[in-house]
Ligand binder design. Structure first.
Ligand SMILES: Nc1ncnc2c1ncn2[C@@H]1O[C@H](COP(=O)(O)OP(=O)(O)OP(=O)(O)O)[C@@H](O)[C@H]1O
Ligand SMILES: [Zn+2]
Length: 538
């Protein structure tokens, strides 16, 4: 291990930053990497306790590593042996099966049990193999290019782009499991929300070392768009020379949020929003696998057997949950968990209960539906009307509901031009600054940028003069019959003698239109004026 050498014989572990005796370090790093295994989360908390108690005696400086989940290469697993890339989903161990499979010491088991409760349903239902993933057939269903690569344990550099809760991290989890099966692959997970460039550098350092032992590091970078473009540059050389295989996940359009150089080295995999059917299927599976409730249909007939001492939930209710969670499986599973926790044995959770029980949280903010357009439109109209109070309210409400700040900021840029225009051209400059600021700092810090800009635009003088005139030009162009008039010869450039001879640029001078004696509109349109006096005071 290079780096972190001290004068004594201690070397710091690149994963956890703790110091170890030189002779111990190789052994420790292997173990440390394993202890940070993504899909053995439950076991990890137990084993980590165990390890830290051992290490307390040796450790001189203990610093918590921000690197959250590091996947080992050929790490042993608590799951039944089966290929994560193939293997039918029914063979997959459920969360509870994983617990009972655990044959570690009883001591560890009891600690494990405590951590069981704290794992959210969404997390425990995370797909472990490709077949567990619902929907997304186009991007990585059987027959897709990615599917054929993954089942051969070939992992390309890729950017997973899709809305929240559609399965980006889940696909990474599948890749993690594939890596576990392959002695020459190791998986590391970082999130740009919690780690910085130094963590990436650390991963690269370990990856270089691992490469000497013929182990390729696959780095999963969640929310990669949160790194700015300069920070994203850090990945470039290492992706290029193959030190790491990069899998980035982002909810934002990569063409805006990612570095072009990085994009050209990665395959962009577009994940679509899960449909209501997909989410319904995920919810039903969660109920059945964990025996959480008895599902009943419209005529009160039980759909699954299940343990009698469970509450009942109607298919209708499950579907409603799927509908309101707007394609976000995590939101749907959390809502289901919340709902079932409230139900007592033999009660039926009806649609009515559900609607009353679940508060108006962000999950009811429909990011792509009508409400999304309504709120943004209300903001824009308040700005146009000069109502700063209402503009502030609607812009803040949009962000509160989970709206993408960049979407709101783009709308502000548009409003700055459309409604304020030449009455106060600086508004456009400031709106663009707001958009860039939002891009740079993201939520939650950018909320006040949006608020300030919305109020600024509402208070500004307004002019729709240019916008209206432009609309008239567009209309005229659209309605024009036959070929459009050509550019007058005197307005053309004459870079060659031939062109000069043809009359290009003839008579052109640099004077103002009032004194130049030339026309600047095309022939036949000399008297066309797109401006209207009445627009100016609007
Ligand atoms: N396509 C899917 N098939 C099955 N389960 C899914 C799918 N997508 C999401 N889930 C469930 O929802 C949970 C959250 O999904 P995941 O973390 O993969 O979403 P994500 O796309 O990474 O979202 P985010 O951008 O919010 O991190 C998973 O743990 C899993 O239980
Ligand atoms: Zn360590």
């Amino acid at each position: 291990m290079e780096g972190g050498e001290t004068e004594t014989n201690f070397v710091s572990c690149p994963v956890c930053n703790r110091e170890y005796d030189k002779n111990m370090i190789e052994k420790h790093v292997d173990k440390c990497i394993f202890l940070n295994t993504l899909s053995s989360n439950t076991k990890r908390s137990a084993s980590h306790l165990e390890e830290s108690s051992i290490q307390q005696k040796k450790v001189k400086v203990e610093k918590k590593s921000p690197i959250s989940n590091i996947q080992p290469s050929k790490a042993k697993t608590t799951q039944p042996k089966k290929s994560p890339a193939s293997g039918p989903s029914k063979g997959r161990a459920s969360f509870h099966e994983l617990q009972t499979d655990d044959s570690e010491s009883t001591n560890m088991k009891s600690t494990t049990k405590t951590s069981v409760k704290s794992i959210p349903l969404a997390e425990s239902m995370r797909p472990n193999c490709l077949e567990d993933i619902v929907g997304q057939m186009e991007s990585f269903g059987a027959g897709s290019m990615l599917y054929s690569m993954l089942i051969k344990s070939k992992i390309p550099n890729m950017i997973l782009w899709g809305p929240p809760g559609c399965g980006k991290t889940s696909l990474a989890n599948v890749v993690a499991n594939i890596c576990k099966e392959q002695p020459n692959l190791r998986f590391v997970k970082l999130s740009a929300t919690m780690s910085g460039i130094n963590d990436v550098k650390e991963v690269v350092k370990v990856a270089k070392n691992e490469a000497q032992f013929k182990r390729q590091t696959v780095l999963f970078m969640d929310e990669i768009h949160r790194f700015n473009k300069l920070q994203q540059d850090t990945f470039l050389p290492h992706v290029e020379n193959g030190t790491i295989t990069l899998i980035g996940a982002t909810t934002e359009n990569p063409s805006f949020s990612l570095n072009n150089a990085l994009l050209s080295r990665c395959r962009v995999v577009v994940l679509s929003k899960l449909s209501v059917d997909d989410v319904t299927q995920i919810l039903q599976r969660a109920i059945l696998r964990n025996d959480l409730a008895i599902i009943i249909d419209n005529s009160n007939k039980e759909v699954n057997g299940g343990v009698q001492k469970r509450c009942r939930i109607s298919l209708e209710s499950i579907r409603w949950l799927a509908e309101v969670s707007d394609g976000d499986a995590r939101v749907a599973l959390s809502a289901l968990e919340l709902t079932l926790a409230a139900g007592t044995p033999d009660t039926v959770i009806s649609l009515e209960d559900l609607k009353n029980g679940i508060k108006r949280t962000h999950m009811l903010y429909d990011r792509t539906g009508e409400e999304h357009y309504n709120i943004i439109s209300a903001m824009h109209k308040s700005i146009r009307a000069g109502d700063d109070n209402a503009a502030l309210y609607w812009s803040t409400r949009a962000l509160h509901g989970g709206e993408d700040p960049l979407y709101v900021a783009r709308r502000l840029v548009r409003a700055a031009c459309e409604d304020i225009g030449l009455a106060d051209p600086n508004a456009l400059v400031e709106a663009v600054a707001c958009l860039q600021g939002c891009q740079l700092i993201g939520m939650p810090e950018c909320d006040v940028l949006v608020a300030q800009c919305a109020v600024r635009l509402a208070r500004a003088d307004k002019s729709r003069e240019v916008y209206k005139a432009m609309t008239r030009v567009q209309k005229a162009l659209k309605e024009a019959r036959g070929p459009l008039p050509s550019v007058p010869l005197h307005l053309r450039n004459a870079p060659t003698k031939l062109m000069k001879d043809l009359g290009y640029a003839k008579g052109y001078n640099l004077h103002h239109k009032d004194v130049s004696g030339l026309t600047y509109m095309p022939e036949g349109m000399e008297n066309e004026n797109f401006f209207r006096k009445e627009d100016i005071c609007n």
